[in-house]
Design a binder for this molecule. Structure first.
Ligand code: ZN
Length: 193
């Protein structure tokens, strides 16, 4: 398992609901936390590790010792939004690219945890931003998609560099072609249905 970078097709995949929470899934979540901490991130969506399922994790402290700050969101949905606020955002799939993004200030999110229990959480500030960013991932949406036309031009050359690097890795065979990656994603969808 590894964190995939833009423009990996997993990042454009509309993820499918999880219907089975088992030991395999718990192991996957553990590995996702390890990868997230290694990359010094605060959130990670399943499709960022090439898994097209509706699941993301958060630990806003980014500290692996703060286990009680670890949150797992399975089949999450935002059911309420209040206000808007703009602040800088980044993404482990677009490393070192940062730009302010306008988001809802406060959201109420519903999800299931790893025991299969449903929960509801009201979050604001960083938690609200992280939840919206990660939930976007599950719909194949990246934070750069949320930028204004003008802002998108500002980051265009950095985005282009990611594209070039990814295509080069495909040409040299380090990363499979898009068609093969898309086939892998479709097979993984079958495993949760
Ligand atoms: Zn991200």
């Amino acid at each position: 398992m590894q964190i995939v970078h833009f423009p990996h097709p997993a990042l454009r995949f509309k993820s499918t609901p999880i219907i089975r929470i088992d030991n395999e899934l718990r192991q996957i979540v553990r590995e996702m936390f390890d990868l997230m901490y290694a990359a010094e991130g605060i959130g990670l969506a399943a499709n960022q590790v090439g898994l097209p399922w509706r699941l993301f994790i958060l630990n806003l402290t980014a500290d692996p010792n703060e286990k009680e700050e670890e949150h797992v969101f399975i089949n999450p949905e935002i059911i309420e939004r209040k206000g808007t606020i703009e602040a800088e955002e980044g993404c482990l799939s677009l490393p070192k690219l940062y730009h302010p993004v306008r988001r809802s200030q406060e959201v109420v999110i519903e999800a299931y945890d790893l025991t299969g229990a449903g929960f509801e959480m009201t979050v604001d500030d960083l938690a609200s931003r992280a939840v919206q960013h990660e939930l976007d991932h599950l719909d194949g949406v990246l934070f750069i998609d949320r930028l204004s036309e003008f802002a998108r031009r500002e980051v265009a050359s950095q985005v282009n560099d990611f594209e070039t690097a990814f295509r080069q890795q495909q040409q040299t065979g380090i990363i499979p072609a898009d068609t093969e990656l898309e086939q892998q994603l479709r097979e993984l969808v079958q495993r949760q249905s």
